[in-house]
Design a protein around this ligand. Structure first.
Ligand SMILES: Nc1nc2c(ncn2[C@@H]2O[C@H](COP(=O)(O)OP(=O)(O)OP(=O)(O)O)[C@@H](O)[C@H]2O)c(=O)[nH]1
Length: 197
């Protein structure tokens, strides 16, 4: 029994590699935008959206590899009822960051493990991030430096990079902000014998 990471996320792969987790990365092969559109049409919460998408990714590959543990993940940035998609343009990234400035938003990271095509474990963690009310000049300079790199990041920032300059306070796990509830995952992997206890 091995661990498959059903994700294209460089950040998730880097976190697992750095933590010494043995895994095989594979694309989940789902149409995430179509699934997200269907789910958000129902007015779904950030928590339930992240959970549903993570389970969808894990289940899809678990049906192909029933003997392995398959980890699916998803991360949603939200402020109140507004859910932020990854920015498709610099202008969209600027609009999103202006909406988050001076507010405390949530990063919800869900992880689901499937085995034999069925969920056997899940963990959803939320971090709260207080973003400062930065100037327009700061935002222009930030995006000059960080676009398009932050186009693949929920929220439009890389917390491990210049994105740290956006914040005055973060409550919650750094790993959750990066996109994975890593410590609860490691607990489960030790229970399953994937990692040394
Ligand atoms: N490096 C970095 N990545 C971040 C940060 N915040 C969010 N992300 C990434 O933003 C992406 C959130 O989008 P998702 O839809 O959950 O994942 P994805 O990148 O599409 O990859 P899949 O798992 O294949 O769906 C993930 O790759 C997160 O790792 C951050 O502060 N730094």
């Amino acid at each position: 029994m091995g661990l498959i990471l059903a994700s294209q996320s460089a950040s998730r792969r880097a976190m697992l590699e750095a933590a010494g987790v043995p895994f095989t990365p594979m694309a989940a092969g789902i149409d995430e935008e179509a699934a997200k559109a269907a789910l958000t049409a129902e007015g779904i919460s950030a928590r339930n959206l992240a959970d549903a998408l993570a389970e969808l990714k894990a289940t899809k590959l678990s049906r192909r590899f029933p003997q392995d543990l398959v980890l699916g993940c998803d991360q949603v940035a939200s402020l109140g009822a507004r859910i932020f998609d990854k920015a498709g343009s610099r202008e969209e990234a600027a609009e999103q960051l202006r909406a988050l400035a001076g507010e405390t938003h949530s990063q919800t990271s869900a992880a689901v493990i499937c085995e034999g095509g069925q969920p056997v474990w899940r963990h959803i963690d939320v971090a709260k991030l207080a973003m400062r009310d930065f100037s327009g000049d700061f935002l222009d300079a930030y995006l000059d430096e960080e676009w398009p790199a932050v186009g693949g990041c929920a929220g439009g920032y890389r917390i491990e990079g210049p994105g740290a300059q956006l914040f005055t306070r973060i409550d919650g796990s750094h790993f959750t902000v990066l996109g994975l509830p890593l410590l609860p995952l490691l607990d489960y992997l030790r229970v399953r014998g994937v990692m040394r206890a």
